[in-house]
Write a protein that binds this ligand. Sequence first.
Ligand code: GSH
Length: 336
Amino acid sequence: MGLLVDGKWQDRWYDTDSTGGEFKRESARLRDWVVAPDAPLEGPQGQAAVPASADRFHLYVSLACPWAHRALIMRSLKGLKPLVGMSYTSPLMLEHGWSYLEEEGSSGDPINGVRYHHQLYTLTDPHYTGRVTVPALWDKQTGRIVNNESAELVRIFNDAFDSLTGNDLDFYPEDLRGEIDAINAEVYDKVNNGVYKTGFATRQEVYERHFTALFECLDSLERRLADSRYLAGEWLTEADIRLFTTLIRFDAVYFGHFKCNQRRIADYPNLSHYLRELYQWPGIAETCDLAHIKTHYYASQQTINPTAIVPVGPSLALDAPHDRERLPGQGIRRHA
Ligand SMILES: N[C@@H](CCC(=O)N[C@@H](CS)C(=O)NCC(=O)O)C(=O)O
């Protein structure tokens, strides 16, 4: 676990002393865009962009990581598997950070042949300074990471490749954007990143503050899902995918390892049936790997779990029937 400073790898755990016991997540730094083949080469905020094409991009992920998991789900649901290759790291993130060591459970890296994920960052920029994170979208043509921010990879995958795949599913419909953005902001702060802020806190009062915010938010999501099939109503959107990747890790990891133990997702009737519906959605279960998930957190984060023992349980009834059909739902919108 560490980071790059001027292109040199340094093995360091998160510094929470300088922030009063708080875990502060650093913003992703590689933020170029991928646009549709004939579109102007510019991202939605004027970012530099490269055109989508088949077999030009490769997605580097960890199957354990909830942020990478968003991108993996979009790759699956948007029919991108034949166009965008994928490599996954070993579940262990130790002194060299994420690795592509097959003997430790990685797929290996057939594109660049690197041992460590940080090498992809120094291939991109030999003087890179910052955290070395997954997911990362690699551009084989320019030999660099185009983008390492999962929220943006979700948006890129939502439309840039549509003319190549013929897949017009729309996870960010224009008329729902205001609502999706508001849900995302709350869920990111209190839930997606909230579990990390709770679990990585190194002061009691900081842990308790994030713990309280997390469960207030889960309680309110539980109420919302009592009469709404998905977070933004009748349509399944990116807001659901972003919540899903935290929910599926919750009972197996965050409840115990991150001490988020007020309630399990299994104790929330609506959230647990909603989790099952999404898990059973065609193309999603195949992106979920609970062995990678549990091994990564319990065996890598040894400041939290010094023995690195990985718990055997719990049994999760993800394939059990769900009751969400009682609510009106229309599935996934199509681009107009
Ligand atoms: N903003 C990034 C965050 C990604 C992130 O933090 N990934 C974690 C894995 S779950 C990581 O690679 N951490 C390594 C580190 O912080 O050194 C995104 O959403 O894409």
